[in-house]
Design a protein around this ligand. Structure first.
Ligand code: HAM
Length: 498
């Protein structure tokens, strides 16, 4: 056996110091590793004795069949529009590596700072339940080599996301977004197209909205603006909320996003980034606005719109509901403000509330490269589906009713029930939509259900009909009943419903 060589004392001391500072990790012995693996795979011990009342988690909700109709309508409209604009559907996992969001959404964003549902999985990987789609789409774009496709690549997706926020109206811990991304182009026309899409979507849905637009410039033009902003807010530091006092050091631009009323007053006098844009960013922004004007997009400039995620560059925008009462208040406010002032070409507005943006997005020209991909400028937008559904209700938007079932199949007795089970399947295979309730025996209850559904015809199958191989067709409007051969029923129904 080779003799174990002892490490010099000096070297060992240095190593211990580094371990203490967490700059290097102490090598674990085989015994410790074995123990850790064993404990990871231990079955969870739960006391089963006590009373347990299951309930949905705070900030999450069940979406019941009645409401699902509105969701289906919304998703159909949005998907149709996305496809008409040339977007292709992509599906990405709900779980992603934690580092993906740290490196993209950003360490100073609220999402990474305090909202991620994160845990270490059984193999020791730190994972996050996706809080937004953009980082996952960028990861897929790089990992699946989508930069080799014809550019730009236009993708859309929808699904649940998770943010540990304080729940309130329109703010959930499990939320759903419809998300669009265009990767591989920095052209201003693309920015305008994605904003035009937003206008078209809400017009199609019949929801009144206002679109706010701003430019955040590039990291270069943000540097001098950042210093200006720090100097401005440093003089007023004591009036800032504790969060903004912290942001002054970590990410002063995020102060502009604060909804605290004290901070808002200070923000309204703060220097504006548009005045500091470099010539390239300025020209890009002017082009975006020209394209928007050309396409008749109605927008408002909001020089303080920054968005809460770290990856944005140049164009950013948000879509806000334009409810009648908010419109009136805003008009009054503007009239007061504009007294004696020259009317500005585009108005500057104040947001109506922290939780009501229906959607938002912007450019992220450096994100693909910062995650290891080829330089690929990109832009995207996401709409909050819960908030759109809420707005559909508030603005009393009428959802067109889908055509309900036309035929009900009722049965009386065991033999008829057995026959009905097969008949239902035969009719379905021939493309005839039938509703049944094989779980109920009483004809009265079944007829009540048929009435409630408003069907045109009810098929009644009793003991006698089973023996005769016939079936009764009842016209629910006239009450007339006719006995028909079971073999001819499909043909007969098609004729009557034509
Ligand atoms: P976001 O502004 O974080 O952007 O979210 C977009 C929309 O999702 C919001 O405008 C809102 O309608 C909805 N939303 C956000 N949080 C909640 C919540 N807790 N409950 C209900 N709805 C919520 C993004 O997620 C970016 N990834 C958008 C994007 C795509 N930027 C570029 N590409």
């Amino acid at each position: 056996m080779p003799k174990k060589v002892k490490k010099p004392k000096k070297l060992k001391k240095k190593k211990d110091k580094l371990i203490k500072k967490k700059l290097i990790v102490k090598k674990k012995s085989k015994k410790v590793i074995k123990k850790q693996i064993k404990s990871k795979h231990k079955p969870v011990k739960v006391k089963m004795g006590g009373k347990y009342t299951p309930q949905v988690l705070r900030g999450m909700k069940d979406i019941l069949p009645e409401e699902v109709k509105t969701w289906d309508y919304l998703l159909k409209k949005t998907t149709d529009l996305a496809e008409a604009y040339g977007f292709k559907k992509i599906m990405v996992p709900v779980l992603e590596e934690q580092m993906l969001f740290i490196k993209s959404t950003g360490l100073t964003s609220d999402i990474v700072e305090k909202q991620m549902y994160q845990f270490t999985d059984r193999s020791g990987t730190k994972v996050v339940m996706r809080p937004e789609f953009t980082p996952s789409i960028v990861r897929a774009y790089i990992e699946q080599g989508m930069f080799n496709l014809s550019q730009p690549v236009k993708l859309f997706c929808f699904g649940p996301l998770f943010r540990y926020e304080r729940p309130q109206a329109g703010r959930y811990r499990q939320l759903h977004q419809f998300n669009l991304e265009i990767l591989g182009s920095e052209k201003a026309s693309i920015d305008a197209q994605i904003i035009l899409f937003s206008q078209a979507l809400f017009n199609t849905l019949g929801i009144q909205t206002a679109i706010q637009v701003n430019s955040l410039g590039c990291p270069e033009c943000r540097k001098p603006y950042r210093s200006k902003l720090v100097s401005y807010f440093r003089l007023k530091q004591k009036w800032l909320c504790p969060d903004c006092q912290r942001r002054l050091k970590s990410n002063p631009l995020r102060i502009l996003d604060c909804q605290n009323s004290g901070c808002k007053d200070l923000i309204s006098q703060a220097p504006q980034l548009v005045d500091d844009l470099c010539p390239e960013c300025q020209s890009h922004f002017v082009k975006v606005l020209e394209y928007l004007d050309e396409a008749n997009v109605i927008y408002k400039l909001n020089p303080y719109l920054v968005r809460g995620l770290d990856y944005y560059t140049r164009t950013v925008f948000e879509i806000w509901p334009e409810r009648p009462e908010v419109k009136e208040q805003k008009q009054k406010k503007e009239e007061n403000e504009q007294e004696g002032e020259d009317k500005k070409e585009k108005e500057i507005i104040v947001a109506p509330g922290p939780q009501s943006a229906l959607g938002g997005g912007g450019r992220y020209d450096t994100l693909v490269e910062s995650l290891g991909g080829r330089p690929s400028p990109a832009i995207g937008v996401a709409y909050g589906l819960e908030r759109i559904i809420q707005e559909i209700k508030i603005q009393k938007v009428k959802i067109p009713k889908t055509r309900g079932p036309q035929i009900f199949l009722a049965q009386i007795g065991e033999a008829a029930c057995r026959r009905a089970l097969k008949l239902f399947e035969d009719l379905r295979q021939q493309g005839i939509k039938v509703v049944e309730n094989l779980g109920r025996d009483s004809l009265k209850a079944q007829m009540e259900m048929a009435n409630k559904l408003g069907v045109k015809l009810t098929l009644i199958l009793g003991q006698q009909e089973v023996l005769d191989k016939t079936i009764i067709i009842r016209d629910m409007h006239t009450g007339n009943q006719e006995v028909v051969d079971q073999g001819k029923i499909a043909k007969e129904l098609k004729k009557r419903l034509a």
